[in-house]
Design a protein around this ligand. Structure first.
Ligand code: HEC
Length: 137
């Protein structure tokens, strides 16, 4: 299954099973930046719906599953697909698609044709969440 086109011209995201195996960009990802994006109101604001144990954030929601050990459950490719567009797996999901520029029904017009996060920001988040494992502090 292919989705696209995405904002990065010519890029088509290839979905294998329930994963996007290839990183969205060659640029190196940082788990530390991913952690900040996860909390930040201006970017991901994932804590609105998700909890990660030990995370220094004033508020953490529980609308979505806790992600403290999500790295045990999901591979980087599976994480990537869910952050890019969870509605591929669950049409009813309330989780916003963070890297899809087509069929974005839930975003305001100002965002039309743009993704919510950049390819590199998605990769920072994948790096951060991949490290959320029960065998790591
Ligand atoms: C409006 C609420 C909401 C926001 C904001 C949100 N999510 Fe989600 N997320 C969900 C829900 C609900 C699910 C459960 C699966 C579904 O509904 O499809 C989910 C599922 C997931 C999963 C799969 C977890 C599992 O155990 O299967 C990951 C990974 C994830 N979200 C990451 C993120 C990241 C990273 C962000 C921020 C960029 C984010 N989410 C923002 C609601 C949200």
């Amino acid at each position: 299954m292919l989705i696209g086109p995405t904002v990065e011209a010519g890029t088509v995201l290839q979905i294998i099973g329930d994963a996007i195996v290839a990183p969205l960009t060659e640029r190196p990802a940082s788990a530390e930046i991913g952690k900040r994006l996860f909390v930040s109101r201006e970017s991901g604001h994932c804590v609105l719906c998700h909890r990660v144990e030990g995370l220094d954030a004033p508020f953490q929601g529980d609308i979505g599953p806790q992600l403290s050990d999500v790295g045990d459950r999901l591979s980087p490719g599976q994480l990537r697909l869910r952050i890019v567009d969870s509605s591929i797996l669950n049409a009813q999901t309330i989780m916003p698609p963070y890297y899809r520029s087509e069929n974005l029904h839930r975003v305001a017009n100002a965002y039309e044709g743009e993704t919510v996060l950049t390819a590199l920001q998605i990769e920072h988040l994948v790096a951060y969440l991949s490290q959320r494992r029960s065998d790591m502090p």
